[in-house]
Ligand binder design. Structure first.
Ligand SMILES: [Fe+2]
Ligand SMILES: [Fe+2]
Length: 139
């Protein structure tokens, strides 16, 4: 039970990644109008990035002898064809992800696994970059 809190936090992050995969794939398919040219590929690459993050987090949980969740975070994925709403929901998602990884980073302070710390820090920084990028896109 040594890593119970850490595993729980990692599972929370995994749930958000699983949700992000669905949300971004949904928005990539549904974005309409001229913005589809740029936002389609952007949402696709966010879905791919979320899949990669989910894989890293899942493997970390297994390494800690935990059981990874198989269900996404229950927070609703809102259907829309409005690109501005998609960006707003994306910003909310990335902000939430950054907060959860921030919590994981705190949990990791006492862990002695440098590989795990580095891997999670890279993901945390990627989420922060996404938050900043979305903020700029919405100006
Ligand atoms: Fe992510
Ligand atoms: Fe993200």
């Amino acid at each position: 039970m040594l890593h119970a809190t850490l595993i729980a936090k990692l599972n929370e992050a995994l749930g958000w990644e699983l949700r992000a995969i669905n949300m971004y794939a949904h928005y990539a398919a549904n974005v309409r109008g001229i913005h589809r040219l740029q936002l389609g590929p952007m949402f696709d690459s966010e879905a791919t990035e979320s899949l990669a993050h989910a894989n890293i987090v899942r493997q970390s949980i297994v390494k800690l002898q935990g059981i990874p969740v198989t269900e996404r975070a229950p927070h609703p994925i809102i259907h829309t064809t409005e690109y501005s709403e998609m960006l707003q929901f994306s910003l909310e998602t990335e902000t939430q992800a950054a907060a959860v990884y921030g919590d994981v980073m705190i949990q990791l302070e006492e862990a002695d696994d440098q590989d795990l710390k580095d891997a999670i820090e890279q993901i945390y920084l990627a989420e922060l970059r996404s938050v900043e990028e979305l903020r700029l896109l919405m100006e």
